[in-house]
Design a protein around this ligand. Structure first.
Ligand code: UDX
Ligand code: UDX
Length: 425
């Protein structure tokens, strides 16, 4: 395919990866963002967040002259493809906030030439695309839904090795977008817009269901003396179930699962259907974050003045993203109880408005003198640390609550500590 002109709105995890990878394929891409501080960072040749491999892709595409960054106010012209990747954060009621998406669509309706195709990557509730296409139709602009399945921490690899490309919309527009993705060897699922939108929500809801299911089995393991890692390993070997997303722990976080499960629950309710299973998934997930608190209170009693470490702050390894990270809730609860908390993460940063929290420069600094530690993220640096040595630097009762079942319990005990996992014998 000849190089296309592509405009991407949103230089976040999804937009920047998409723009950079399309530019790497030879397309001429402009990535626009309203956040001027982010543009400044990009202008200096840096990446505003931690995403393995992304800097190299951006550097190469910029050097080729295929990738530019700018503010929507300064946009010279819309490309023939407009990719929307601005955030759709949750409102307090749980619905998806579509303000940013709508403002981009209004701008495109005013500025784009007839024949432009909009590619919606932001996660929007089923039914949204139908309404947005009506805003674009008078300008002769086509609308397609192209939900994104990139995982943070492996987004670049996921882009080049996608497991599917989902495209909803009119046949001609969908064919043009398919051609844009030439070179990515993945099955293309074409469907109507609402179905494409629902594929994204249903996928995330199902993955969240697997996690909450594993977490409920873990609760049962604790009561029955079984080991959840062994149980889920055995369960996952059934190819009808599969081994992925069966890891028990303090539950899912991040910018997608918590938001998308709540938005789907909300959408079901306002459409007259009570999605019982999804409600339970959300409920189980909230409960998992309480497990370390319960364990710490039972080991230490009153947490006022207690010295507690939290190992891992990001919602999962290989990202600096702390949005909806279990560690945040745990730190907030502990500091509200009067504990002094020291956190450590290889790249994630947490700033608390209130409460006694500080970030330590190393894992060893976070743990030294702590009475208990909550392992909240399974970074290799954390799971692979010498826990016998680390625990020996802690103070009694040297409790290690392993919220990701990633630490060697025997090493903790060898260092004089008490190990508590989630459903782990
Ligand atoms: C993306 C999707 O867009 C979201 O709907 C999906 O559920 C998760 O993935 P993500 O890339 O993680 O979101 O979001 P974020 O990293 O917050 O990036 C969004 C970017 O859009 C930010 O840089 C923000 O400054 C920018 N933005 C926001 C705009 O450029 N214009 C706006 O009006 C609003
Ligand atoms: C998710 C989807 O996987 C991706 O397809 C979608 O596009 C965006 O949302 P992401 O949020 O980057 O990706 O992370 P993911 O790897 O799915 O993990 C989400 C959360 O689930 C993390 O907090 C992780 O720790 C947790 N998790 C994952 C578990 O608790 N157990 C598991 O077995 C797997």
């Amino acid at each position: 395919m000849d190089p296309c002109q592509v405009t991407v709105f949103g230089a976040g995890y999804v937009g920047l990866v998409t723009g950079a990878c399309l530019a790497a394929a030879g397309h001429r891409v402009e990535v626009l963002d309203v956040d001027r501080s982010k543009l400044e960072v990009l202008g200096r040749g840096e990446v505003p967040f931690h995403e393995p491999g992304l800097a190299d892709v951006i550097d190469a595409a910029v050097a080729e002259g295929n990738l530019r960054f700018g503010h929507p106010d300064d946009m010279a012209a819309c490309g023939e493809f407009v990719i929307v990747a601005v955030g759709t954060p949750p409102t307090t009621g749980g619905a998806a906030d579509l303000r940013f998406v709508r403002s981009v669509i209004d701008l495109v309706a005013r500025r784009a030439a007839a024949g432009t195709v909009v590619v919606m990557k932001s996660t929007v509730p089923p039914g949204t695309g139908g309404r947005l296409s009506q805003v674009l139709a008078p300008a002769g602009v086509e609308y397609t839904s192209n939900p994104e399945f990139l995982r943070e921490g492996s987004a670049v690899n996921d882009w080049f090795h996608a497991d599917r490309i989902v495209l909803g919309g009119a046949v001609a527009a969908v064919e043009r977008v398919t051609a844009l993705y030439e070179g990515i060897d993945a099955p293309v699922v074409t469907c109507d817009i609402a179905s494409a939108e629902l594929i994204k929500y249903a996928s995330n809801a199902f993955l969240a269901t697997k996690i909450s299911f594993a977490n409920e089995i873990a609760r049962l393991c604790d009561r029955l003396g079984a080991d959840v890692d062994q149980v889920m390993h055995g369960v996952g070997l059934d190819p009808r179930i599969g081994p992925a997303f069966l890891k028990a722990g303090i539950g899912y976080g991040g910018s997608c699962f918590p938001k998308d499960t709540k938005a789907l629950d909300y959408l079901s309710s306002v459409n007259g259907y009570d999605f019982h299973l999804l409600k339970a998934v959300i409920d189980v997930n909230s409960g998992q974050r309480l497990l370390p608190i319960i364990s710490l209170r039972s080991a230490l009693g009153d947490l006022r003045g207690a010295e507690i470490a939290v190992a891992g702050l990001s919602f999962k390894p290989h990202t600096d993203d702390t949005r909806e990270a279990p560690a945040l809730d745990i730190i907030e609860t502990l500091t509200a109880d009067g504990a002094h908390v020291r956190g450590y993460d290889p790249v994630g940063r947490v700033v608390l408005a209130a409460g006694s929290f500080e970030q330590a420069p190393t894992l060893a600094d976070a743990l030294r003198g702590a009475q208990a530690v909550v392992v909240a993220t399974e970074w290799p640096e954390i799971s692979g640390a010498d826990w016998c040595e680390l625990v020996a630097t802690m103070r009694e009762p040297r409790l290690v609550f392993d919220g990701r079942n990633c630490v060697d319990g025997a090493a903790v005990r060898a260092g004089g500590g008490t190990y508590v996992g989630v459903g782990r014998r």
